[in-house]
Design a protein around this ligand. Structure first.
Ligand code: F6R
Length: 600
């Protein structure tokens, strides 16, 4: 989390930095700041709140062609103006922005900087003070930067200004993403290429423990030992229009509506010239060589993993375990003899997942990353990558990435099953095509979904989602969506589990959203609905065509029974969206959250 930008060139830096930060706001939005540098030195503007709040406080008369900026998701210290980045050293000579967490910051404070008085509660201030200390000890700025970095434990993406040298931005990264963008007589720095597409599509990837000296004409990458590294740039294949809202009121709604298109794109991306589904043969062999698959992910991606387990076990008949990444490292299950790890991550940057990837790679195991972001950390560090082709997902609440993850997992299951002659008795290309059409029906049912949100969720404090089998997993995702954007306390439960405790929470009028898309458990889930209704609940049944009953609130178009999560979730996404709107919540940037969770 947190987003960083930097610009050095001939144009006024302020607007480029502010526009860049607006594109990075999904990474954190509790405070923001920029520092710009001209002949008179460095001027810092920062504010608590959104980029829009910062913009109002930036003095348009200050002209400068060098600058850095930051949008924050608080880790150390409350969201406040004083804790907002940039931070400065005591003499104000050095100004820094930082994304990540410095694990040994209190030790450095105690052992190296006991005579320094700190202004903020952040770990970041330690870095800038340490650099100043090294300079005061007689080292060059570059050497001081390298020395300071060598003392840090943890994750960082850093951009640093020296008010005695307007010609350079010093940059470094470890575990947190950072790119340098190249232009004609200017260069830029950004946590995500999206932030600087306004000025360039040429980027250079940075690796951990490298430093970069960025001037307007040159970008010099070095190791922490000072050895120069050559690296060719790549073209960011992002369409600037992909990251605009267009006529939509919110990114989330736009991204919900993109799901039919994304599903069709995925079918195409994984088809060979004969129209058959295909996946790199090394990946297929690796999956089939494993005796057990361990899916590791967080949040929505974890929920996709649960459905993926059903796909792989049903089609490829391979045992799968699904684990929450943040628990895995210290709570590792006994591994099978030939395990294969699949990391699912929309952003490809999630620190919890990455920590597990590093750990299992050290143990010598193979890993596949399923991600939306080519070149992301998890993609680079795994043995193989399967891309989601969903286009940038900007709303904090994940929608199209979830259905894209399901589609890719279904394809993986299908192709690996066929490679070992397993009988998959349906045509997945055709079935995914039917899913894409059914998704369109859902996207056209916004009025009905808004009405359901109004009828069931307008005033409630809490809401339960129930389902059995694959519907239970979708219920978990529906509950996460609802709670994260509407702040309604929402939980997903296996229908049969309610009577073992949770049913005690049912009161008069408690909304219970029940999914009934599976013929094999249709009667049982309806039985669970009766149990909660008998205790005063207000049940909202969403069923599948062919299984519907008169009392149902909405009937989904029919798709293959294994693929129902790809469409039932859209109903839950839309209900959550409208519930949040009715409560005047900030749908795209819910409180306390950020997209791309790069702290453990
Ligand atoms: C919820 C949501 C999060 C993410 C989670 C993992 O809507 O978006 O739960 O799914 O933070 O992120 P990725 O998939 O980027 O690893």
């Amino acid at each position: 989390m947190c987003g960083i930008v930097g610009y050095i060139g001939n144009q006024d830096a302020k607007e480029i930095l502010l526009k860049g930060l607006e594109k990075l706001e999904y990474r954190g939005y509790d405070s923001a700041g920029i520092a710009v540098q001209n002949d008179n030195g460095v001027t810092v503007f920062k504010e608590k709140g959104r980029i829009a709040d910062l913009r109002e406080h930036v003095d348009t008369d200050v002209l400068a062609t060098t600058g850095i900026g930051h949008t924050r998701w608080a880790t150390h210290g409350v969201p406040s103006k004083v804790n907002a980045h940039p931070h400065q050293s005591t003499s104000s000579r050095f100004t820094i922005v930082h994304n990540g967490v410095i694990e040994n910051y209190s030790m450095i404070k105690r052992e190296e900087l006991s005579d320094v008085s700190f202004v903020s509660e952040t770990d970041t201030e330690v870095i800038v003070q340490l650099i100043e200390k090294r300079v005061n000890e007689g080292n060059s700025v570059e050497a001081s930067f390298r020395l300071a970095l060598k003392s840090l434990k943890g994750s960082y993406a850093i951009a640093l200004l020296d008010n005695q040298n307007e010609e350079v931005i010093y940059v470094a990264k470890n575990k947190s993403p950072l790119l340098v963008g190249l232009g004609e007589s200017f260069n830029v720095v950004a946590s995500d290429a999206m932030a600087m597409l306004q000025v360039t599509d040429q980027f250079v990837e940075l690796m951990d423990k490298e430093i970069v000296i960025v001037t307007k004409e040159n970008v010099t990458i070095k190791t922490l030992e000072g050895e120069v590294i050559e690296r060719a740039p790549y073209t960011a294949e992002l369409d600037a229009s992909d990251i605009e809202k267009g006529t939509y009121p919110h990114y989330m709604l736009k991204e919900i509506d993109e799901q039919p298109l994304v599903t069709r794109k995925i079918i195409q991306a994984y088809q060979d010239i004969n129209g058959d589904l295909t996946i790199d043969s090394d990946i297929v062999r690796t999956v089939n060589d494993a005796d057990r698959i361990y899916i590791v992910a967080c949040g929505t991606s974890y929920h996709a993993g649960l459905v993926g387990k059903q796909f792989i076990e049903t089609m490829a008949k391979k045992p799968v375990e699904v684990h929450v990444a943040s628990e895995f490292s210290y709570n590792m299950p006994l591994l099978s003899e030939k395990p294969l790890f699949i990391f699912i991550s929309q952003s490809g940057e999630t620190a919890d997942s990455r920590a597990v990837l590093v750990q299992v790679k050290e143990m010598g195991h193979k890993a596949i990353t399923i991600t939306n972001v080519p070149g992301s950390t998890l993609s680079r560090e795994a043995d193989y990558t399967l891309l989601l082709h969903a286009g940038p997902e900007i709303a904090v609440a994940s929608t199209k990435a979830y259905t894209a993850q399901l589609a890719v997992l279904a394809i993986l299951a299908n192709v690996t099953a066929k490679a070992t002659g397993k009988d998959v008795n349906f045509d997945l290309v055709q079935e995914l095509g039917i899913v894409a059409n059914a998704m369109e029906v859902l996207c056209d049912a916004k009025e009905e979904m808004e009405e359901l949100a109004r009828n069931y969720l307008a005033t409630t404090r809490n809401c339960f989602f129930i389902g059995r089998g694959i519907d239970f997993y979708v219920g978990l995702e529906g509950a996460l969506k609802l709670k994260e954007i509407s702040y309604i306390q929402a939980e997903g439960f296996a229908g049969g589990e309610l009577k073992h405790g949770t049913i005690a929470l049912i009161e008069d009028g408690t909304p219970v959203i029940a999914l009934a898309t599976q013929e094999s458990v249709n009667l049982s889930i309806r039985g669970n609905v009766k149990e909660v209704a008998a205790r005063g609940a207000n049940p909202c049944i969403i069923s599948m065509k062919g299984l519907e009953e008169e009392e149902d609130a909405f009937v989904l178009p029919e798709v293959h029974s294994l693929l129902t999560p790809l469409i039932s979730v859209i109903a839950l996404q839309l209900i959550s969206y409208y519930a949040a709107l009715h409560r005047d919540c900030d749908v795209d940037k819910p409180r306390n959250l950020a997209k791309s969770v790069t702290v453990e």
